[in-house]
Ligand binder design. Structure first.
Ligand code: FMN
Length: 147
């Protein structure tokens, strides 16, 4: 399968997660395009959309993914299959709201989430790429079987 990995990050943690996921997916024989500065025109939405994003500000998406999210909300996503991983810190009462925003956009525009959103609390998982790789490895077959 082909994956478009779209990253929202301020401090780099989500980028590490995306890179680790990319390595794992390639090891399993999949193809990946990783977008650290995502632009809707460069993301092939016929592939599986894998969004990895943190939350910043007061529950906001990182700046680098904001325009992509706005553009995504203007698309018809009825043929889009997506997986979302959110990074956040549960000491904020806006825990992982950035990933929740992406989830809302995908659902409102008719897209399909292949798995429930996986939220990583960096307070408890200081190396988020480890749990992200473990989670996606364990759930990939289930996600792909639903296609
Ligand atoms: C200024 C600032 C604001 C943050 N706001 C939130 C927030 O509202 N909700 C949340 O869940 N996490 C919040 N976080 C935690 C980050 O999402 C978390 O540290 C994440 O791992 C950062 O990933 P990144 O390096 O990819 O940006 C905030 C972190 C900082 C430094």
């Amino acid at each position: 399968m082909k994956f478009e990995i779209v990253v929202g990050s301020v401090l780099g943690a989500s980028e590490y997660v995306a890179e680790a996921l990319e390595t794992m997916l390639k090891e399993k024989g999949h193809t990946t395009n990783c977008h650290f500065q995502p632009a809707i025109d460069n993301v092939d939405l016929t592939n599986i959309l894998l969004v990895v994003t943190s939350t910043h500000g007061a529950g906001d998406l990182p700046d680098n993914i904001q325009e992509f999210a706005d553009d995504l909300a203007r698309e018809n996503l009825s043929n889009v299959n997506a997986i979302i991983i959110g990074l956040g810190d549960s000491s904020y009462d806006t825990f992982c709201e950035g990933s929740a925003e992406i989830e809302s956009i995908i659902e409102e525009e008719g897209g399909t989430l292949l798995l429930p959103v996986y939220q990583i609390d960096v307070l408890h998982h200081p190396i988020p790429e480890d749990v992200a790789v473990e989670w996606l490895s364990n759930n990939l077959d289930k996600a792909l079987n639903s296609l």
